[in-house]
Design a protein around this ligand. Structure first.
Ligand SMILES: [Zn+2]
Length: 84
């Protein structure tokens, strides 16, 4: 039986979507948050990916996010290697 009550999801337009920046830990609006991906590849195939959210409007966060993404990815890889 199909319900005749349509499911409508109302989004409060005043409610801003925010994300925490992985560099400065601040909650920032969705529009200024960018995503950086660090990937580990083997024979051009992605075996591991790490994503870092950062403030796209802040030079410091942009800069640090590159380092952070690489550092976290390296850490994940070292954990994987030590377990194998
Ligand atoms: Zn930030």
């Amino acid at each position: 039986m199909v319900s005749d009550t349509p499911l409508i999801l109302f989004k409060d337009m005043d409610e801003e979507i925010t994300w925490p920046c992985d560099v400065c830990d601040e909650q920032r609006p969705d529009v200024v948050i960018s995503l950086r991906r660090a990937t580990a590849t083997v024979d051009s195939e992605v075996i591991l990916e790490y994503r870092v959210r950062y403030c796209g409007d802040r030079a410091r966060c942009q800069d640090q996010s590159r380092r952070l993404a690489t550092a976290r990815l390296m850490h994940l890889l070292s954990v994987m290697v030590s377990r194998s």
